[in-house]
Design a protein around this ligand. Sequence first.
Ligand code: AMP
Length: 181
Amino acid sequence: MEFRIRLPELFCLYRGRIFTAMVRVFLGLGTNDGDREELLKAAMGEIGARCGRLVAVSAVYETAAWGLTDQPDFLNMVVELETPLAPTELLDVLQDIEADLQRVRVVRWGPRTMDLDLLFYGDEVIETERLTVPHPRIAERRFVLVPLVEIAADFVHPVNGKTIVELLEECPDTLEVRKLA
Ligand code: AMP
């Protein structure tokens, strides 16, 4: 005889644990040190394995470094994820992945092996010591908005009520963001 447990729709089973419903999350990935394309692939593999289900992935873009400009260009991309993890659990895993990919950061805005940012966590607004969500610099960074437009043009920023397309149109950042072939 076969037993099946039917979970109410608000719950889901993920890797042997029962969670409340999955949350739609966007992450920003950036790297400007080492084999950048391999690092992005490795980060995506880890995110898919440890954070939830990858739903969409943008193209990869090359961007001049922001802030401290005398350093190698960055590769940036964004991914959409369905995650069962709570925001701080997700941040913990993202920081573990950064550490595993040996992020070395000596100077603020200096070269980094892998930087993972939690851009949006559903439409939640979070302000704690460790976490600000939506990520506070989304609206001023073309290297985040350009890839986001590709996979989430109509997503509405829960704080300012603007779509990603609108934010890109109004973005004051002038740094070139070049799509890799
Ligand atoms: P950065 O290396 O500039 O991305 O900053 C990393 C630090 O930002 C960590 O200490 C995090 O706790 C904190 N932080 C705050 N909000 C976020 C967010 N939305 N995504 C990633 N890190 C965040």
